[in-house]
Design a protein around this ligand. Structure first.
Ligand SMILES: Cc1ncc(COP(=O)(O)O)c(C=O)c1O
Length: 407
């Protein structure tokens, strides 16, 4: 790690420890600028970015076209609150709704806030429109839905995310992943919705099997439940379709978006059918910042670029390349690589042992990716990354695996 650290890094680390709440396990590196699929540290060392701010900067970093939209809108109108009608929000809504079968959208500021809105909408729709007392949301083990009190309760993981925050809100049940009997058994008279990610990102890059999804949809229909899909990480071309649920040919009642929506500016969205949208009325849900002029204008441009540059197709092609490349080296390291999985450029490489040392060595070679669930190297690069960068990653991983012990 020696070459990653520097005196400047030590100074910034020390400065931060005196200033910020200690909530993040930071990587041992401070970034001063970013461009395209490259990050630069304080000493101007260049890194290939397979993380894109955790699946956020899908169009690459610091783009001039987005900066132009940002500054133009910032000179015209930044914030007026949601007490007023404003066009950039509507333009974005039209573009978003043209990508899917949803009928209405609500804008938020983050993924957790979008999921919080989805949960509130499901409950309120059941109470006010269906006139039932259904409020419970069923989620899957190893899911991740955010860090507000209700979204962390919905999250199917234990540990520091939940520890110390009790009492957690009522109305959430988590069932084992892939087990339809457990899911059926969890449905009761209070159940309002089932909430899933099409590919569990934080949970180890686990795509939901097609048959499982079909059974979940049937279960929802049979019991009058809403299906909520958390597309915070999987949406916006990341998996090779505009929305990951489109791989499965399903139409969720509610789905959420955030992360890549404004390519790095904070923005989220709840999308829902016209029917379910009846659950909200003036005063029932709101946010000061959601759908502000600057983020909306940027997000509109993001969608234009994603469609013009056919980034969903690109994600499929690059995901395919990564799969083939990993298979090429898996044969050389059968005791170290279990396999790869994912959809498009939400790509996971499962190691047969704890991957911390491999991750550190990649960083020392100036390659940035993420390690999740201890053994999964998660790659969520900009969708604009070059084929050669993927080959470089795999070649470096190949040489690292030749050096490390599988223990
Ligand atoms: C699937 C999923 N849902 C929700 C969230 C929470 O989003 P945010 O961090 O913007 O609140 C994340 C963040 O990683 C996520 O991956």
């Amino acid at each position: 790690m020696g070459n990653v650290m520097s005196n400047k890094f030590d100074a910034i680390k020390e400065r931060e420890s005196n200033l910020l709440c200690n909530t993040y396990g930071r990587y041992p590196i401070a970034i001063s600028k970013a461009k395209g699929s490259r990050l630069y540290d304080l000493d101007n060392n260049e890194y290939i970015d397979f993380l894109s701010g955790i699946a956020v900067c899908s169009l690459g970093h610091s783009r001039d076209d987005l900066a132009d939209v940002m500054s133009e809108q910032a000179r015209k109108l930044v914030h007026i609150s949601n007490l007023f009608y404003q066009e950039p929000q509507l333009e974005l809504a039209e573009k978003l709704l043209s990508t899917c079968a949803a009928g209405k959208v609500f804008f938020s500021n983050s993924g957790a806030e979008a999921n919080e809105g989805a949960i509130k909408l499901a409950r309120r729709y059941m109470r006010k429109v269906r006139k039932t007392d259904r409020y419970e949301i069923i989620t899957l083990e190893k899911s991740f839905h955010g860090r507000t009190l209700s979204t962390l309760t919905a999250t199917g993981q234990e540990g520091p995310i939940k520890d110390g925050f009790s009492p957690l809100p009522d109305g959430f049940v988590t069932v084992p992943f892939g087990n339809m009997n457990a899911l059926r058994g969890a449905v009761g008279q209070n159940t309002a919705a089932i909430m899933i990610e099409m590919v569990q990102g934080e949970g180890g890059v686990r795509p939901l099997p097609t048959e499982y999804v079909r059974d979940i949809v049937d279960l929802c229909k049979e019991n009058g439940l809403l299906l909520i899909v958390d597309e915070v990480q999987t949406g916006l071309c990341r998996t090779g379709r505009f929305w990951a649920h489109q791989h499965y040919g399903i139409q969720p009642d509610i789905f959420t978006s955030a992360k890549a929506l404004a390519n790095g500016l904070p923005m989220g969205a709840v999308l829902c059918s016209d029917e379910v949208a009846k659950g909200f009325e003036p005063g029932s849900h709101a946010t000061t910042f959601g759908g502000g002029g600057v983020v909306s204008a940027v997000a509109s441009k993001v969608i234009d670029i994603m469609l013009e540059e056919r980034l969903a197709e690109r994600a499929i092609a690059l995901g395919q390349l990564a799969t083939e490349e990993i298979e090429r080296i898996r044969i050389k390291h059968p005791d170290k690589i279990v396999g790869s999985r994912g959809l498009g450029l939400l790509f996971g490489i499962e190691l047969a042992f704890n991957g911390t040392e491999v991750w550190k060595r990649l960083l020392a070679k100036r390659i940035i990716c993420n390690l999740t669930q201890g053994t999964i190297l998660r790659l969520v690069p900009p969708l604009t990354i070059e084929e050669d960068d993927i080959r470089t990653f795999v070649n470096e991983l190949d040489s690292i695996l030749g050096e490390v012990d599988a223990s």
